[in-house]
Design a protein around this ligand. Structure first.
Ligand SMILES: Nc1nc2c(ncn2[C@@H]2O[C@H](COP(=O)(O)OP(=O)(O)OP(=O)(O)O)[C@@H](O)[C@H]2O)c(=O)[nH]1
Ligand SMILES: [Mg+2]
Length: 443
């Protein structure tokens, strides 16, 4: 996500970090690099111009603050302004006081409306809402069927009538939601290649008929400036309440994320980061700014961990580590939880790339390897998992056969386990243990 921009900005800021005193010439040079990096990432040029002049003004006008070094002060200015550009603060999804709330998803063809409808429904269900879906796309054959398939995959109810008028469909779906006690209605609409009068009029009629609580523009980050322009034009007709920026996982230049708020005045509320239905993140401007500048996104990481990590189990593991009772079975559980967090490369990228963690974002993790570790432990008996010293050479051979891995890998795993056990015991006593325990992290 925004990798190119991130690399370039981090390089520029690294040069500033060590500087005790920053001269005007220094700032000029850094701002030139930042300007280039932003333009290359397809950020709108007027946005770039404003951004750079604001940073320059603040950086040059600053008194030395507290114990911040001047170089770091400039970095803080860049961070704060980047946060502002991305939208300042997180804007929550509005819900109607009297349910059902209606969320209308609009956008150009292929921007990800139908997929995002599914993702948002799943997100809402996790927040204890009871959503129901409807598609008003009566034009594209199979569009209504597509939404039904999505709904089936995530087990969310859908209101369906084929071939009716879009406004009528939306109105009936709202009545259905009321009658059946659903508290959110998600309306997936038809897309067009370009913004045209007919589409806008239809969306306006749907809006008057169902009075949406939220009108979200779904925009494709990969289309860069087009996504930004669509936000401006849709907003002129529809009074958008926010944007879902999709395909942020792609190898995009990413300028849309930085320009959309400034150009359209509407905040990004969610970002789509993959094709699966759980690949939707609430958009937090400050966290995103930190991520771009390599300062880590530890909060998002903790939230992610909290979804998969069982607190009690984590505490139990910690107690075991301290008593030196951490078994191979616990090791297996840890690997399992780690894999549930998602691709490890993505996880590492959320950590601050500084100090001992520096360079972690470049580490390549072979997910297959983790799978092999699991397979090897799976082939051990419970007795063996609890007492690794009992695993002699004939048992190692049997385990290798059982898991379909060579004996050398079994040996390596046992060595890794013993090392991990030692390291964990050390860490659990020290600063790391205290810190991670506070976060309920499964070490
Ligand atoms: N990688 C990635 N792909 C996405 C994301 N969101 C949507 N897609 C893909 O984009 C394509 C189009 O998505 P749809 O949800 O069908 O788009 P739409 O806006 O409903 O399209 P129309 O109904 O034809 O206007 C599909 O292949 C999706 O899998 C995302 O966040 N990341
Ligand atoms: Mg669609």
């Amino acid at each position: 996500m925004l990798e190119n921009l991130s690399t370039k900005l981090q390089k520029t800021l690294r040069d500033l970090r060590g500087e005790g005193r920053i001269s005007e010439r220094h700032i000029e040079a850094s701002m030139r690099e930042i300007r280039m990096a932003l333009l290359e990432s397809d950020v709108h040029f007027t946005v770039v111009k404003d951004f750079v002049s604001r940073v320059k003004e603040k950086a040059l006008g600053q008194e030395v603050l507290g114990d911040l070094m001047p170089g770091q002060q400039v970095i803080k200015v860049v961070r704060d302004e980047l946060t502002n550009l991305l939208g300042k603060e997180t804007i929550d999804l509005k819900m109607s006081k009297v349910p059902p709330s209606v969320i209308l998803l609009v956008g150009l063809q292929g921007s990800g409306k139908t997929t995002s409808t599914g993702k948002l429904a799943m997100w809402l269900r996790n927040q204890k809402h009871q959503p129901v879906l409807v598609s008003t796309d009566v034009y594209r054959p199979a569009a209504i069927e597509q939404l039904s398939i999505v709904a089936g995959e995530i087990d969310i109810p859908v209101y369906r009538e084929d071939g009716r008028d879009p406004v009528q469909l939306a109105t009936q779906a709202l009545q259905h939601a009321r009658d059946m006690g659903f508290d959110v209605l998600l309306v997936d609409t038809a897309g067009r290649l370009h913004i045209d009068m007919e589409l806008m009029e239809e969306l306006e009629r749907i809006t008057s008929a169902v009075n949406p609580t939220e009108t979200l523009l779904v925009a494709d980050a990969m289309t860069g400036q087009d996504a930004v322009n669509s936000a401006r034009e849709f907003n002129q007709r529809l009074d958008l309440s926010g944007v879902i920026l999709t395909k942020m996982d792609g190898d995009t230049r990413g300028g849309a994320a930085l320009s959309i708020k400034a150009v359209s005045g509407r905040p990004i509320k969610f970002i789509g980061v993959g094709e699966k239905y759980d690949a939707l993140e609430v958009f937090h401007p400050e966290r995103m700014a930190n991520r771009i500048l390599g300062m880590g996104d530890v909060l998002s990481l903790i939230e992610k961990a909290e979804q998969v990590v069982d607190k009690e189990q984590a505490e139990q593991v910690l107690r075991k580590i301290q008593k030196n009772e951490f078994t191979l079975e616990d090791f297996r559980q840890q690997i399992l939880q780690l894999r549930q967090l998602g691709p490890l490369e993505e996880i590492f990228k959320m950590l601050p790339q500084a100090g001992p963690l520096k360079g972690l974002d470049k580490v390549q993790v072979d997910e297959k390897q983790l799978g092999h570790l699991e397979a090897i432990i799976n082939s051990m008996t419970l007795e063996e998992r609890a007492h690794y010293k009992k695993i002699n050479s004939s048992r190692r051979k049997r385990i290798a056969r059982g898991s379909g891995r060579p004996v050398s890998e079994v040996n390596r795993l046992l060595k890794q386990y013993v090392q991990t056990k030692k390291m964990m015991k050390k860490a659990s006593k020290g600063f790391l243990g205290k810190g991670l325990r506070k976060l309920n992290f499964p070490i």
